[in-house]
Design a protein around this ligand. Structure first.
Ligand code: SAH
Ligand code: SF4
Ligand code: F3S
Length: 464
């Protein structure tokens, strides 16, 4: 009898990728995904530790699962609750103490061992011992060597992890502690995964890494491949029409990557390039290793290579010591760069990071006020960027059905969501007599943008 697996994913895209890999690891063990935690045999919470709120949510979700553990599942066994990901890594032992219903805690680098660890939990249950397992080992390499090959593609746009971990140690950030040292996968492994994905109908690949621009994988000839070169290699794969990568660090945008944006058609004109603050004093205190002007100059060079490139970023307001003037410098940088879209957060003190013990913390209400002002400016820029798309023709990849009959949703080259109403189009009927909209799924189509909202665009197909 098949067993049911429920996975909840918090945090970044790397966690989304990891959740899919956990599914791959558990499929041969007879587990199938369910959308409901209530009657699952195994629940995995794949957690995020980046800000306090994200981490605390995990404990409330565990509390909500507790009642389901009392009864037996359809297989006659007690539900197994596993915490994976970055909270597991950072707080494993404490979590075991604080949340007795948790059977297993694993870190981001040990989930390839899930089948063995599940056996351990079950063995220990038979012995009526405490039946709990903690596995938060490093390093990263072992995981990639032991994971099954990337299995089923979930849709035409997919993620592929190429690099993991971070050695940058920004003063606010937990990632170097939760994900470990930087590691790049060999280029041959990535190309093999990408070919397999293409053969399953994947059209767009987003290369993932906490620091993907630092990619320096073994090239199989005793040398290293950079991200720019990897993009050129992946571009040659039949069926792969779009390549994206995230997240990059401003100090690592090298010439090979810049010229890939100019020369490689599948390299999409969009870049997520976080700066965090526009103040040089704060950038230094954050240990970001570059100035505001160096960032501006990188953006300038990117725009020389690809004038239409859309830029996104991350910002932290209220980092310790941030004055009104420092914050004004951030607003000025945003005005200078003009983002298509960006993420912004209030600084959150994270245990174990250098900035957490800084005495010059910014009061909560000041952070809230700055965040509101920054977000108002970013929203204005997003609306402005979207409105410049109206009347333009562009190719989009149709990825999923929309809420309305005949509506499909895709992404523009600039990562905007585009809604296309196919119900008015002259589309053939399928064997059941319905219009064959779904045959458009996973296809690249040319559209004309009709309308722009803050979060999405509306478009019609352009006849070939
Ligand atoms: N590797 C990426 C980002 C990883 S974390 C990079 O270097 O840019 C994603 C974002 O979360 C960061 O860019 C930052 O804006 C935000 N973040 C990280 N730590 C934070 C903290 N302690 N408080 C608030 N935001 C934080
Ligand atoms: Fe965190 Fe900085 Fe590394 Fe990004 S570069 S993951 S913000 S330490
Ligand atoms: Fe969160 Fe870990 Fe990603 S802390 S942002 S899930 S790397």
């Amino acid at each position: 009898m098949s067993k049911k697996l429920y996975i909840k994913t918090y945090g970044c895209q790397m966690n989304v990728y990891d959740s899919e890999r956990m599914e791959d690891v558990l499929r041969p063990e007879g587990y199938q995904i369910t959308e409901q935690p209530d009657d699952a045999d195994l629940v995995i919470l794949n957690t995020c530790h980046i800000r306090e709120k994200a981490a605390e949510k995990v404990y409330s979700d565990i509390g909500r699962l507790r009642p389901h553990k009392d009864g037996k599942t359809k297989n006659g066994e007690e539900m197994v609750i596993a915490v994976a990901g970055c909270v597991g890594q950072a707080e494993g032992a404490e979590m075991m103490r604080r949340a007795p219903v948790v059977d297993m805690v694993i870190g981001p680098q040990t989930y390839h061992r899930l089948p063995e660890l599940l056996k351990d939990v079950k063995e220990q249950r038979k012995d009526k011992s405490s039946a709990r397992v903690l596995d938060t080992d490093f390093p990263v390499e072992a995981k990639f060597d032991h994971l099954p090959k990337v299995e089923k593609a979930k849709g035409p746009a997919a993620f592929l992890t190429v690099q993991e971990g971070c050695d940058k140690f920004c003063a606010f950030c937990v990632v170097p502690y939760t994900r470990g040292a930087e590691y790049s996968r060999p280029s041959a492994d990535i190309i093999r995964d990408a070919k397999r994905m293409a053969s399953e109908g994947v059209v767009e690949i987003t290369l993932l890494g906490q620091n993907v621009s630092a990619y320096h994988g073994d090239d199989g000839n005793g040398g290293e491949t950079t991200l720019g070169t990897l993009i050129r290699e992946l571009d040659k794969i039949d069926g792969i029409e779009r390549l994206r990568y995230t997240t990059s660090h401003p100090t690592e945008i090298d010439d090979e990557l810049l010229t890939a944006h100019r020369d490689v058609e599948s390299c999409m004109p969009y870049l997520h390039l976080p700066i965090q603050s526009g103040s040089d004093k704060i950038l230094k205190a954050m240990n970001r290793r570059h100035t505001g002007d160096e960032y501006r100059s990188t953006i300038g060079r990117l725009r020389e290579m690809r004038p239409d490139i859309a830029l996104s970023g991350d910002f932290i307001v209220g980092f310790p010591g941030e004055t009104d003037q420092d914050f004004e410098d951030t607003l000025q940088l945003v005005r200078d760069v003009k983002y298509s879209q960006a993420y912004s957060f209030k600084y959150s003190q994270r245990p174990g990071t250098p900035a957490a013990t800084d005495e010059d913390q910014v009061p909560e209400e000041v952070k809230a006020e700055r965040l509101a002002r920054l977000q108002a400016l970013l929203t204005e820029q997003q609306i402005e960027f979207n409105s410049t798309s109206v009347g333009k023709k562009m190719k989009i990849l149709l990825e999923r059905p929309g809420k309305q009959e005949g509506q499909l949703i895709g992404r523009s080259p600039y990562l905007q969501a585009v809604h296309v109403d196919l119900s008015k189009e002259n589309i053939a009927l399928d064997e059941t007599g319905n219009k064959a909209y779904n045959s458009f799924m996973g296809r690249m189509v040319e559209v004309e943008i009709l309308e722009a909202g803050p979060h999405s665009l509306k478009a019609v197909l352009v006849a070939d």
